[in-house]
Design a protein around this ligand. Structure first.
Ligand code: C5P
Length: 227
């Protein structure tokens, strides 16, 4: 099985309020994206990493990883799903039988073992699977005025993480159809679900956080220092 990692890194990270896109903020000695790429490039089952970048990206070429022989860049799109689709189009021209391991640039704390666990889970989830974490808090559904309508049973609720792992050709087909149908797509599994597939959930580490707000930076730095 050939595995191509796809890294959507074309966002501008507006919620972070920083002077550059969040994936280029420093986490210890190197940027968030550099940490993410190092983990993916070091995994022996990943043959190629395709990074989707903003068309006006001025930072990527400064990363040492940008010259890596097993790394290619493509231009991303307006939404995360558009960026993933651009990378899938490229991967499909290389090898339509490959599997895509899609991982957010902004999740630098993912571990080698969680990636391995997800890849191996395809033996029991042949249609593909995602890393996820069980919800720990009590969950409430509200109305538009922030009043509680009811409590949602958390036993069946999960946080969807990345990587998410699907066959390149199937994911490409469902993602492009879902986008054409104007369905809201915030991860790869949503496109598969929309097409009637039931991806597997693989319990991953809860420290695989997505760096979104400024507070997350310190937390991510702590998690990485502990690995
Ligand atoms: O904004 P959010 O945290 O949901 O972004 C998740 C990932 O998707 C980030 O790594 C970001 O760079 C990427 N992204 C992208 N293209 C976009 C928007 C976000 O590749 N148009």
């Amino acid at each position: 099985r050939s595995i191509i990692a796809i890294v959507p890194a074309a966002g501008i990270g507006s919620r972070m309020g920083a002077d550059k896109p969040k994936q280029y903020l420093m986490l210890g000695h190197q940027s968030i994206l550099a940490h993410t790429l190092d983990t993916l490039l070091a995994h022996p089952e990943i043959t190629l990493v395709v990074v989707a970048l903003h068309p006006q990206d001025n930072y990527f070429h400064q990363l040492p990883q940008s010259q890596h022989p097993r790394l290619t860049q493509v231009a991303g799109g307006g939404e995360r799903a558009d960026s993933v689709l651009a990378a899938l189009d490229y991967a499909h021209t290389l090898n339509p039988d490959a599997w895509a391991l899609v991982h957010d640039a902004a999740r630098p704390c993912v571990t080698h073992d969680d990636i391995t666990q997800l890849i191996n889970a395809v033996d029991i989830h042949p249609q593909g699977a995602i890393l996820a974490a069980p919800v720990r808090d009590t969950m409430k559904r509200s109305d538009a005025n922030s009043h509680i309508v009811h409590t949602v049973d958390r036993a069946l609720l999960w946080h969807a993480l990345t990587p998410q792992f699907f066959p390149v050709s199937v994911l490409r087909q469902h993602l492009s159809a879902a986008l054409a149908a104007k369905v809201s797509i915030t991860d790869e599994a949503s496109a598969m679900e929309w097409a009637g597939v039931m991806p597997g959930l693989v319990c991953g580490r809860i420290d695989n956080i997505k760096v979104t707000h400024p507070d997350d930076l310190q937390l991510a730095a702590l998690f990485i220092s502990q690995q």
